[in-house]
Design a protein around this ligand. Structure first.
Ligand code: THU
Length: 171
């Protein structure tokens, strides 16, 4: 039997067509790109995460001479948001990149590793995470991480593996 995925997303010609809170989040991501440390790729990425309480936490990619030691903007923002509010759900993330100080022509989509982390953030919060991807030519809005990462790895037997030393109450 053949089965298919259909990926749904919305596309807008400009961020001015977004809902006000979506635009606010995307603007925060664009601003956050200025905090990028990218002397190797010269690709400055900003990410802004919105918590269920409306708070925005933003971050940027941080590179290192030992290349794999660097971290993407998305994971940097997600991990900080979870560290600050371990029990609050993340409801949205916006991502945008700049090259030579200008927002890129094409959208910057989260890499595979960031999608996997986003998927667990969504699972952890129990609420859909909206993903807003900005660029100079269009803005795309995806309403759930499952649209971005079908067949996500989420199969660890969590309860059985969660011993007393395994972390906080949410495991
Ligand atoms: N990067 C991000 O921060 N987010 C993405 O979604 C894609 C890539 C960073 C990693 C590296 O610092 C630079 O962009 C070039 O790959």
């Amino acid at each position: 039997m053949e089965r298919n995925f259909t990926i749904r997303y919305k596309e807008f010609a400009s961020s001015s067509l977004l809902q006000p809170e979506e635009k606010r989040l995307l603007d925060a991501a664009i601003e956050a790109a200025d905090g990028s440390y990218a002397p190797y790729s010269h690709f400055n990425v900003g990410a802004a995460v919105e918590m269920e309480n409306g708070e925005i936490i933003s971050s940027a990619n941080q590179e290192n001479a030992a290349y794999p030691s660097g971290l993407c903007a998305e994971r940097s923002a997600l991990f900080y948001a979870h560290s600050k509010y371990p029990d609050k759900a993340i409801v949205a993330i916006a991502v945008a990149a700049k090259c030579n100080g200008k927002v890129t022509e094409r959208p910057t989509y989260p890499c595979g590793a960031c999608r996997q982390v986003l998927q667990e953030s969504q699972q952890r919060g129990g609420k859909k995470i909206k993903i807003i991807i900005g660029s100079a030519t269009k803005v795309q809005v995806i309403d759930s991480v499952s649209q971005l990462l079908p067949f996500a790895f989420d199969n660890l037997p969590r309860e059985e593996n969660a011993g007393p030393e395994s972390g906080n109450k949410k495991g």
